[in-house]
Design a protein around this ligand. Structure first.
Ligand SMILES: Cc1ncc(COP(=O)(O)O)c(C=O)c1O
Length: 458
């Protein structure tokens, strides 16, 4: 029986003549032997194609669109170069992410600094690096930004991150635009308006150019995005009459859902872009703000790229990267608890993928060295870390598995490696990129020595 690969696997993934999973022409069993496990394998062609697809879907509908990669999903010099080559900007939240951008020579006008508690050092580092855009999250940040901008003699362009009280219908840990969120300026309580007034006070040092909202992650329903656009454009109109604000940039964050298991349907990039851009075009005439140089007629269809000066900004993280990687583990112990469940323990777990333990994220798996074998058992994939909650998958159908087999978990590109830890003092995995039959290390496996480097012993 030939069990074909689902589209959860990257585009170049195949089942080869040895009944093994292959990515970019590289046999995964050979890769595991060469680089060890746990191993994260990125499909370079998939990653680049995805970046181009998302960029083009927006730019073909709205010329002045900028896609920022949300670096928190996973950033490294390799990833930075791939997205830089694709013409994407980035959304950063730390000096570490800024440093990678600096090393690969990403132009600072494509960097947006985020964070709900930016430190003075981070803001200073960003402004000193020439970063032009700061996304303000709270009132306290405004005085700090004004002081640092004054010190460095720069005039940052600022967007207000708003909490528009929109429920994105996702896990509560992933809902970031609801009224009680720790992120953003609540619109309903007047705090967002207060922030705009304070910024207006510093107009000679800070230029308020836009509004931002990131309502959450793993969103499959497009309606919350439509509501967000309506809320933000209405607020822009309010700001226009209150303080004479001219909207120049509208940043809709990221959050586009990605399937992790077969039952979830992928959100088509074209649908996403069409919904967002057409909702935006629809809102322009209905709101009272003026967009410099734009055609204010409602545009209901995708005719030509819009030439307005208004910049539409998007910040997908997961949607750009999650599906480009597969995590591979070696099976060790197998524990059958009669009438309860069978645990297949692997050599990784919550140390390289905290998502199932953190918010019940679901995954699926295949046996990379038995790809076409029919499933005969249902089992849990257990991690090796000292927590009962360290279960990567609660239940998955697999062929008969024995020690030494390789478990491949797709959709491993986002929020796994960057959230990895050294819990139990276990080194973090190696990451490789495969292309055209070759694979190269983009992050070497950590050693015990690496882990102990920061400890001080008298
Ligand atoms: C401000 C902001 N933008 C974009 C993202 C990316 O979200 P996702 O990876 O779900 O697209 C996040 C994620 O937390 C975020 O906080």
């Amino acid at each position: 029986m030939n069990q074909t690969l689902t589209n959860l696997f990257p585009r170049t993934a195949r089942i080869n003549a040895r009944n093994h999973l292959a990515i970019a022409g590289c046999d995964v069993v050979d890769l595991a032997r060469e680089f060890g496990t746990p191993l994260y394998i990125f499909d370079d062609a998939h990653l680049r194609a995805r970046a181009a697809e998302i960029r083009d879907a927006f730019q073909s509908r709205w010329q002045n669109s900028l896609v920022l990669y949300a670096t928190k999903a996973y950033y490294s010099p390799y990833i930075a170069r791939v997205f830089k080559d694709a013409g994407l900007g980035i959304d950063v939240t730390s000096e570490g992410e800024l440093e990678i951008a600096r090393r690969v020579g990403l132009t600072p006008d494509k960097i947006y600094l985020h964070g709900n508690n930016k430190t003075p050092a981070e803001i200073h580092a960003a402004l000193a690096q020439g970063v032009t855009h700061i996304v303000v999250d709270n009132l306290d940040e405004i005085e700090l930004l004004a002081r640092l901008a004054d010190e460095l003699r720069v005039t940052p362009r600022v967007l207000l991150r708003l909490a528009p009280a929109i429920d994105p219908h996702t896990h509560r840990y992933l809902a970031t635009g609801i009224a009680e969120s720790k992120f953003g300026l609540p619109m309903q309580t007047g705090i967002a308006m207060e922030a705009a007034r304070r910024l207006a006070h510093y107009a000679s040092r800070i230029t308020l150019v836009g509004l931002h909202a990131h309502i959450g992650s793993q969103i499959f329903d497009l309606a919350p995005y439509r509501d967000t656009i309506a809320a933000l454009t209405d607020f822009a109109a309010e700001l226009k009459s209150a303080i004479g604000f001219e909207l120049q940039e509208l940043d809709l964050g990221g959050g586009w859902g990605v399937p992790y298991v077969e039952e979830q349907n992928a959100l088509a990039v074209e649908d996403m872009a069409e919904t967002i851009v057409s909702s935006f075009k629809f809102q322009i005439p209905s709101s009272k703000f003026k967009v410099q140089g734009s055609n204010l007629e409602p545009r209901t269809s995708n005719l030509e790229p819009e030439t307005s000066n208004l910049k539409l900004v998007f910040e997908p993280g997961r949607a750009l990267i999650a599906s480009s990687a597969v995590a591979v583990y070696t099976v060790g112990a197998i524990k059958e608890i009669r009438d309860v469940r069978t645990y297949i323990a692997v050599d990784g777990g919550m140390g390289d993928n905290i998502r199932p333990a953190l918010y019940g994220a679901q995954y699926t798996a295949r046996v990379a060295n038995k790809m076409n074998d029919a499933p005969t058992m249902r089992a849990a994939i257990a991690g090796r870390y000292c927590e009962q909650g360290d279960i990567l998958i609660n239940e998955v159908a697999l062929p008969r598995v024995s020690a030494g087999d390789l478990i491949a978990i797709p959709t491993a590109g986002a929020y796994q490696i960057p959230m990895a830890s050294n819990y139990n003092l276990i080194p973090r995995p190696a990451v490789i990129a495969a292309r055209d039959g070759n694979a190269r290390v983009i992050r070497r496996r950590e050693t015990v020595e690496d882990m102990l480097r920061c400890d001080v012993d008298e």
